[in-house]
Design a protein around this ligand. Structure first.
Ligand code: SF4
Length: 352
């Protein structure tokens, strides 16, 4: 392997930082030996901070209505062929109850930007879950709202928020989103969330249409500087009812390599092995864990609505009951020498 590539990984291992051009050079020269070396470094940090433990989060996809029209997303407003659903507050709380019984101590409430749920509704759902399970950590993944709303949810008991930044390049952001969505507002949301005290999850799509190695290098630089508690990445996968229907998917190799680089950039960060990774490769999530990821998010949504929450085509795990999903994941993760734990799963070093 070229000495410069080995030297760059060595530098990243020592300094947890590279210049933008250096990240770009690594990405432009990805090869199996380089991936293996990065994964070795990544597993060293994974072991140092998390041992062989993998955290699980119970995902409840509670609405597939969305006011936005992102060009890559299957539940975008403009998709008239999407069968829509909304779960009632009681049903969402029941999903969390079910998760609790199955051992989950953290639940992720995810949906499109659906303002049918007012701030009060969201707060009542949070309080409803906390009333029965005070030891359950609640994560929200409901998109962009204003700071005072985020503050209300935090005050009601939510403690984590996932909001992928999607890309750190404003020009690419403008190619992936319609004009009414602004890169600046998304970044403001992320900073507000961090400032309020949430554990924040950022993240980006890998090899989205038009994305260059320099764009991905900008994402890595952003993660290095913003230091989110979690970073979720998944390969871009097209959806047939979107303007990007014919675009090529991102690759398993690039996604795995990026997981390893992210682990080296911020060794304590929570990194999920995403469903998208499991969709492009039957053992994608296991490979993600071996590349440095340490979180999986099985689905707790009622099976009756799972198939309707299709952000991209051929999404896996839309049929099984939650308990089946967990058993399947436990076995998968054990097959590569790791163990799923039912811990709240804070980022290593996080002080509440
Ligand atoms: S990516 Fe999120 S905000 Fe954009 S259309 Fe899909 S659900 Fe809505």
């Amino acid at each position: 392997m070229e000495t410069k590539l080995v030297d760059l990984l060595d530098k990243l291992n020592r300094e947890h930082s590279l210049e933008l051009e250096e990240y770009q050079f690594l990405l432009e020269n990805i090869n199996p030996d380089l991936m293996n070396l990065a994964a070795e470094y990544a597993r060293k940090y994974q072991n140092q901070y998390y041992g062989n433990k993998v955290y699980i989060r119970g995902l409840v996809e509670f609405t597939n209505y969305c006011r936005n029209n992102c060009y890559y997303c299957g539940i975008r407003r403009g998709n008239n062929n999407c069968e829509r659903y909304r779960l009632k507050a009681d049903d969402i709380i029941a999903c969390a109850d079910e998760g609790y019984k199955l051992g989950f101590r953290t639940v992720v409430l995810q949906g499109g930007e659906d303002f049918t749920y007012s701030d009060e509704d969201i707060c009542n759902i949070i309080k409803g879950i906390k009333a029965s399970h005070n030891d359950m950590v609640i994560t929200l993944s409901i998109g962009e709202r204003e700071r005072d709303s985020y503050q209300k949810y935090f005050d009601a008991g939510a403690r984590r928020f996932l909001l992928r930044h999607e890309t750190a390049n404003p020009e690419l952001y403008a190619k992936l989103h319609p004009k009414e969505l602004s890169f600046e507002h998304r970044m403001k949301c992320l900073h507000d969330l961090k400032d309020i005290g949430y554990q924040v999850g950022a993240g980006f799509m890998v090899q989205s249409p038009g994305q260059t190695p320099k764009d991905i290098a900008m994402d890595l630089k952003f993660i290095e500087e913003f230091k989110p508690d979690m970073c979720g990445i998944g390969p871009f996968i097209s959806h047939k009812e979107t303007p990007f229907a014919k675009e090529a998917s991102g690759t398993l190799e690039m996604t795995l390599f990026l997981i390893s680089l992210l682990r080296m950039i911020y060794p304590q960060m929570l990194i999920p092995a995403t469903t998208a990774l499991g969709t492009i490769d039957p053992r994608g999530r296991e490979k993600g864990i071996q590349a440095g990821a340490n979180v999986v998010m099985p689905n707790l949504s009622p099976t009756s609505v799972r198939k309707m929450y299709t952000l991209y085509d051929n999404k896996i795990c839309t049929g099984e009951e939650a308990a089946e999903c967990i058993n399947c994941l436990k076995n998968r993760i054990a097959s590569v020498g790791y163990e799923i734990v039912t811990d709240v799963g804070n980022r290593a070093g996080f002080i509440d």
